[in-house]
Design a protein around this ligand. Structure first.
Ligand SMILES: CC(C)(COP(=O)(O)OP(=O)(O)OC[C@H]1O[C@@H](n2cnc3c(N)ncnc32)[C@H](O)[C@@H]1O)[C@@H](O)C(=O)NCCC(=O)NCCS
Ligand SMILES: Nc1ncnc2c1ncn2[C@@H]1O[C@H](COP(=O)(O)OP(=O)(O)OP(=O)(O)O)[C@@H](O)[C@H]1O
Length: 201
C-alpha cells in the first residue's frame, strides 16, 4: 500500500490540506491527534508523563494539562526530547496498526505529522509532502486560531526544522500562501499519487 507523509511547520496549513484530501476519499492518519489520544489512554505513557513532568500534567478528570506541559517542553529542549521519546514510539505503533486496517480501502494513505522529518517517521512513508507558507503568514494564522502570542508561536517554531531544512526531505511541495490555489495543487499531487499507486506492488 502506498503511504504518503505530509508535514509543514506550525500554521502552514497541513491540516487544511489534509481535509481537502479527505474530500477526495483519501484516509488520513492525524499523528498529532493520535498523540493526544494516546497521552490520555495509554497507562504506561500516562505514568511516564507524570513521573517526568509532575502530577500537574493531568487534571483530576484525567484530561491533559496542555498548558502545563507546553510551558515546560517548549522552553527547554532537554524536556522536549524526553516528551518526544515517550510519545513518538507509541504513535509509530498506532500508525502501523491504522495502516494495516485501512489497506485496500483507498488507492493510498496519508500520514499527517508536524514532526514527520524531525522524528524520522518519514522513513515509514514512500513519498513525503511539505506544506510550505511564509513565516509571517504562519505566525498570523496560529496567533488568530489559538489566541496565543507571537513569542509562544516562535518558541514552537524554534523546535521544528525550518521550511528550508524540511525541503531537503520532501518529494513534493504544496505552497499555502494567499495567492496560490490550494485546491488545484492538491488535485495535481493527488493525480501523481494515483499514478504511483497504480504502479505500486
Ligand atoms: C506539548 C503539548 C501538550 C501542547 O499541546 P497544545 O494543545 O498546546 O498544542 P497541539 O498539540 O495542538 O500542537 C500544536 C502544534 O505545536 C507543535 N508541536 C506539538 N508538539 C510538538 C513537539 N513535540 N515538537 C515541536 N513542535 C510541536 C506542532 O506544530 C503542532 O501542530 C502537545 O503538543 C503534545 O502532547 N505534544 C507531544 C506530541 C507530539 O510530539 N506531537 C507532534 C507530533 S506527533
Ligand atoms: N489558504 C488558507 N487561507 C486562509 N486560511 C488558512 C489557509 N490555510 C490555513 N488557514 C488557516 O490557518 C490556520 C492554520 O491552519 P492549519 O490548522 O491547517 O495548520 P497546521 O499546519 O495544521 O497547524 P498546526 O501545526 O498548528 O496544527 C487555520 O485556522 C486555518 O483555517
Amino acid at each position: 500500500m502506498l503511504k504518503i507523509g505530509i508535514t509543514g511547520g506550525i500554521g502552514s496549513g497541513k491540516t487544511t490540506v489534509c481535509q481537502i484530501f479527505e474530500t477526495l476519499g483519501i484516509p488520513v492518519f492525524y499523528a498529532d491527534v493520535v498523540a493526544k489520544q494516546i497521552m490520555v489512554s495509554d497507562e504506561i505513557l500516562i505514568k511516564g508523563v507524570k513521573e517526568t513532568f509532575g502530577n500537574d500534567s493531568y487534571f483530576a478528570d484525567g484530561t491533559l494539562n496542555n498548558k502545563h506541559i507546553a510551558g515546560i517542553v517548549f522552553n527547554q529542549q532537554k524536556e522536549l526530547d524526553k516528551l518526544n521519546a515517550l510519545v513518538h514510539p507509541a504513535v509509530f505503533r498506532a500508525f502501523d496498526q491504522w495502516a494495516g486496517e485501512h489497506t485496500a480501502k483507498a488507492p493510498y494513505l496519508l500520514k499527517e505529522a508536524a514532526l514527520l522529518f524531525e522524528s524520522g517517521s518519514y522513513k515509514m512513508c514512500d513519498k513525503n509532502v511539505l506544506v510550505s507558507s511564509p513565516l509571517e503568514l504562519k505566525l498570523k494564522r496560529v496567533m488568530q486560531r489559538d489566541q496565543v502570542s507571537r513569542e509562544q508561536v516562535l518558541a514552537r517554531m524554534d523546535k521544528q526544522f525550518t521550511d528550508e531544512q524540511k525541503q531537503a526531505f520532501a518529494d513534493y511541495t504544496i505552497i499555502n500562501n494567499d495567492k496560490e490555489s490550494l485546491i488545484l495543487q492538491v488535485l495535481n499531487v493527488h493525480q501523481s499519487f494515483l499514478k504511483l499507486a497504480g504502479q505500486w506492488v
